[in-house]
Design a protein around this ligand. Structure first.
Ligand code: H2P
Length: 825
């Protein structure tokens, strides 16, 4: 079909009347109800689908132009996409906000009520998954062809509840009321194989080859989601895979009366996309995780090669058309999968296939903790994916042979660099495989990338220095400023225009206004209004009452020892101890609301105890009448993107207190900065860059630096020495140990105390005094409200670097070498 004869794509009328008509049509024909009888959910679903229709023209034309131009794309492979609610983002991207609020008002419908009806998809765990969501938003906004590939978990991450302060996980049934943002395509399901064995055979030319004879298979059903760019940008696609059985139901067995057995295959297959991060302390759990990883990358590669590329595409040109970005190690099994497709299915010879494969991948590492770098025991991998294990062995053999030429007298180094670990069990190191196969390896903040080069992957960086690069993370200003903080974004736009929404460096224009008293007054007023807003959300959502006239001191992130929620807690307990023993007067304490949000991995026992301790301390402090209105701990359960969007804009102080050298980057820190909070933080992750940009005087730095940490550990760290020499610290720990927060029971929190005293892997005790001192500096600074506001404004003004649009530009320049393609008009 030529361009002239290409049939047009339907458009919608961008008027209030047009919208109202479309909405009512959806309500009547889509939901089958009329307005008078429609439930909130009916209205929400109809509304979501109506807005979706308005984006459709751009989506279809994006797909059409992509099919025509075949421009190089980025395939972002990620086990997590933590999207957050979709409605507001879709309204923003379609430019419909005003039309919709007017239209709904004319029908007597409260837009806010529909917003609240949306259940956020919990398809991610923390920063990693939210980063992926920010990146695809930026790519669409910047008109970069891209596709996100992941898993449509039926239950996502668990829903956190507290029972007596202890975390109890409940399934997160996010699909229960319908999912208006997705487009299922069961007809396009792809088959994914597992298990079985590998056999030798002779091809037609008598050449001996090897091929996989799988033992079982499942189907992957694609669900497409729109990824709309802001303001007329592309609408890219996110394709999430859902697992189904190839033969879901056995009628014969069913008729024999064994109903459970009749659907066994279905249950088994569907388990693969059931939950995000199944508990992996059991062998079954471990295997399920590997099944998930292979499932989604096998679906995605097959989809890209067979569906997205034109039929006659010459796969030798694959690197000109795609780069698969491996978001952490979860998708790394894609490397041997592409080799298998090229060698076994397309009949290429090994060298030819490896030459192409090596150019198609790039790898982002998101951690510095050795235990977070995935390894798969060869037993398991060989059982589940026998052909892939062979392929990995061959990649490794050739790599080691290459290394032996480069380092003929250094067999130790060669062994250190082997993709196969020998100890404690033979296992595949996925990060090494990704490093060997990737064109580039990047860390996610300057310090992190440096430490990857110097420590975690130092042998590799020595061998391939040009492979290593940095891309500092970023966050989307659309969701985390424009949408989440309408007050502040309005003020900014009034001051400097709205160009900042897609060019965040323009925030620099706010700098002079830090010295403008009237601007500061309005800035403060907005912060206060944001506190009122979160106060009302917390009261309704969690029954938590907070005082907006206090300093909002916020720590929200996954619960992990390295992030050091316990350090924050020790500060609070120490303060409480000093008040109750009369060492300081309540009247002299800066009134603060300490807000926490954190989920612990279900199998992480110590993390769950820490949650219980935060809640226990919270109960004690919140119930103490002497502290009423002055100190309060707010720990709402089930922290998620939706809550972040109201909590972050209300924060005064952002807690970024990981042990230096452990947090790869952090992205919460960026969101807080852009919303006018000051950071108290260590020299870790992206804090380093935040501090450089905002200036030492506008950042509360404390704690050991990474080299100092290394030195302390090298010398032999003895946490109890700090306990013995620091009276405040001792009092705080003793208070916890005494059972003061556990109804006199000393056993409940004993594991936390003894862990801190005897092990303290992340040096909380070593940094305690520095942290408390830094908090004292916060108190002094906060007392001068004009000056505090000035610093807060400067944080916003100097935060432009942390836009995910900038991260995308860096990926494009340093790694992907793609270019923008606007959708056809
Ligand atoms: C992780 C790192 C963060 C990083 C984020 C995105 C895995 O997120 O720990 O330091 O900013 O990836 O690169 P999280 O801890 O939130 O799960």
């Amino acid at each position: 079909m030529t361009a002239e004869t290409t049939p047009p794509i339907a458009t919608r009328e961008h008027t209030v009347d047009g919208f109202v008509r479309e909405f009512l049509r959806e309500l009547n024909f889509g939901q089958g109800v009329d307005l008078t009888r429609a439930s909130v959910n009916d209205k929400y679903l109809a509304m979501a689908r109506t807005v979706r229709h308005y984006l459709m023209t751009r989506w279809l034309s994006t797909l059409r132009s992509q099919a025509k131009l075949q421009a190089k794309s980025v395939a972002y492979l990620s086990a997590e996409f933590l999207l957050g609610r979709q409605l507001d983002n879709a309204l923003l991207a379609s430019g419909l906000e005003d039309i919709v609020s007017e239209g709904l008002e004319s029908l007597g419908i409260d837009l806010e009520e529909l917003r609240q009806a949306e259940i956020e998809p919990g398809l991610g765990n923390g920063g990693l998954g939210r980063l992926a969501a920010c990146f695809i938003d930026s790519l669409a906004t910047m008109n970069v062809p891209s596709i996100g590939y992941g898993i449509r978990y039926e239950y996502g991450i668990f829903k956190q509840t507290f029972v007596d302060g202890w975390q109890v996980e409940k399934p997160d049934d996010w699909l229960r009321l319908g999912s208006p943002w997705e487009f299922p395509h069961p007809e396009a399901a792809v088959k994914v194989n597992f298990g079985g064995h590998v056999e030798q055979y002779q091809d037609d030319d008598g050449v001996v080859k090897r091929r996989w004879v799988p033992g079982w298979s499942v189907l992957g059903v694609p669900y497409n989601y729109m990824v709309p760019g802001y303001d007329e940008g592309r609408v890219n696609t996110l394709r999430l895979w859902s697992a189904r059985a190839t033969r879901a139901f056995d009628l014969e067995i069913f008729n024999s009366g064994d109903y459970a057995e009749a659907v066994r295959a279905q249950t088994f297959a569907e388990n693969i996309s059931k939950v995000l991060y199944p508990e992996d302390s059991t062998p079954q759990g471990k295997e399920l995780r590997l099944q998930q990883q292979y499932f989604f990358v096998a679906c995605s590669i097959k989809d890209f090669v067979d569906q997205v590329l034109p039929q006659d595409f010459d796969l030798h040109k694959l690197p000109d058309r795609i780069v698969f970005q491996l978001n952490d190690t979860h998708p790394v099994i894609a490397v041997p999968e592409l080799m298998r497709v090229l060698v076994d299915e397309k009949g290429w010879d090994w060298d030819e296939a490896w030459a192409v494969t090596k150019q198609c991948f790039a790898y982002t590492c998101h951690t510095l903790l050795p235990e977070a770098l995935e390894v798969w025991p060869v037993d398991l991998l060989g059982r589940l994916l026998p052909r892939h294990l062979e392929i990995i062995y061959r990649i490794n053999d050739e790599f080691l042979a290459e290394l032996r030429v480069a380092y003929p007298h250094d067999e130790l180094r060669v062994r250190r660099m082997s993709i196969i670990a020998e100890y404690p069990v033979r296992a595949v190191r996925m990060a090494y495989l990704a490093t060997v196969a990737g064109t580039k390896v990047n860390g996610v903040a300057a310090l992190h990338s440096q430490l990857l080069r110097d420590k975690v992957l130092d042998d590799f960086a020595g061998y391939w220095p040009e492979k290593f690069t940095n891309v500092t993370n970023g966050v989307t200003p659309r969701r985390f400023l424009k949408l989440s903080n309408p007050g502040l974004s309005g003020l900014i736009t009034e001051a400097i225009g709205d160009g900042w929404v897609t060019d965040l460096d323009q925030l620099k224009g706010l700098e002079p206004l830090a010295d403008d008293a009237e601007f500061r007054r309005r800035f403060r007023e907005i912060k206060y209004a944001n506190k009122l807003r979160i106060a009302s959300v917390l009261e309704q959502r969690d029954g938590i009452v907070v005082n907006p006239d206090t300093l909002f001191d916020v720590m929200v992130k996954r619960l992990h020892e390295y992030k050091r929620q316990t350090l924050k807690l020790l500060h609070i307990v120490s303060l409480y101890e000093k008040i109750t023993t009369g060492k300081i007067a309540v009247a002299d304490v800066t009134p603060r609301t300490f807000a926490f949000g954190a989920k612990a991995a279900p199998g992480y026992v110590l993390a769950k105890q820490i949650i219980a301790l935060i809640n226990a301390v919270g109960r004690t402090i919140n119930d103490d009448p002497a502290l009423e209105g002055r100190l309060r701990i707010a720990f709402p359960a089930n922290y998620n993107v939706t809550l972040a969007e109201t909590l972050i804009p209300a924060a005064d102080l952002s807690e970024q207190i990981s042990l230096a050298g452990k947090e790869a980057s952090g992205t919460g820190n960026m969101k807080f900065m852009l919303n006018g909070a000051l950071t108290i933080g260590t020299d870790d992750g992206a804090n380093v860059e935040i501090r450089e940009l905002v200036g030492d005087e506008n950042f509360f730095l404390f704690g050991l630096t990474e080299p100092q940490v290394a030195e302390v550990v090298e010398r032999g760290y003895h946490p109890s020495a700090y306990y013995e020499t620091n009276l405040d610290l001792r009092n705080a720990l003793d208070l916890i140990a005494s059972g003061a927060f556990s109804g006199g029971d000393r056993a409940t929190f004993e594991p936390i105390v003894s862990n801190l005293l005897n092990e303290d892997r992340f040096l909380a005790l070593a940094d305690f005094q520095a942290y408390v001192d830094a908090q004292a500096r916060v108190d002094v600074a906060y007392a001068d409200s004009e000056d505090w506001t000035r610093r807060a404004v400067l944080n916003v003004a100097r935060g432009g670097f942390f836009s995910s649009d900038r991260s995308m530009r860096d990926y494009i320049d340093r790694i992907w070498h793609t270019y923008p393609v606007a959708p056809e008009a």
